[in-house]
Design a protein around this ligand. Sequence first.
Ligand code: CTP
Ligand code: MG
Length: 222
Amino acid sequence: MSARVAALIPAAGSGERLGMGAKALLELNGITLLERAIRCLAPLCDEMVVALPSDQLGFELPEVVRKIAGGTTRQETVKRLLEATNADFVLVHDAARPFLPLEVAHKVLSAAKEFGSSTAALPAADTLVLEKDGNWDLLIDRSNVRAVQTPQGFNRILLLEAHLQAVQENWEATDDAGLVARLGKPVALVNGDPRLFKVTKPGDWALAQAFARVWDAENRWV
Ligand code: CTP
Ligand code: MG
């Protein structure tokens, strides 16, 4: 029997930095960020679980998608999502990243199957420096620096172990691969993509609005 894959989508945040309400439920070119994440992941998984803000559980989603209430932090939300499936592998992907190229998701999943844990990660294109009191303090060698994105893929049992350990040890992380790394387990890095940027602040929203039309024309969604 082939391994079962679940897509887990944290979409329960309040979008404070963007300041437009529940971010995942905002529309870009007529399609919500969440629906975009769902459509990108659908070809890769056997089941899909989405975490929504608890007052949005009535939000209409395709029937195949299971809905649960998210937690107060992203980490808590992902733990709840994990507890809602017993698939062999999970792909965790933030609804806040609405443009997910299929080939990146494929590579993350295959790396997770091979190594137990993987994430999309983008090499740094800009010069990187450390700042101190508003000034250039130190140049950082960017050759080995990666900006970690989602999707992240895991053997489910491994990620659950990382989350349980995190609760015990009070570890906090903004992503799941970070918790697995903290366990001392390897995390395979797969080349990410600039289109996978996270919609976090108003400037990202402006970019996402402009890019949605290009994406939709290429992906023949609308
Ligand atoms: N998320 C979640 N549950 C939370 C917090 C965040 O499911 N308690 C999700 C968000 O919905 C988003 C992803 O985690 O898809 C990444 O989080 P972020 O970009 O920080 O979104 P928000 O937490 O909504 O934004 P902000 O931090 O500005 O409030
Ligand atoms: Mg947040």
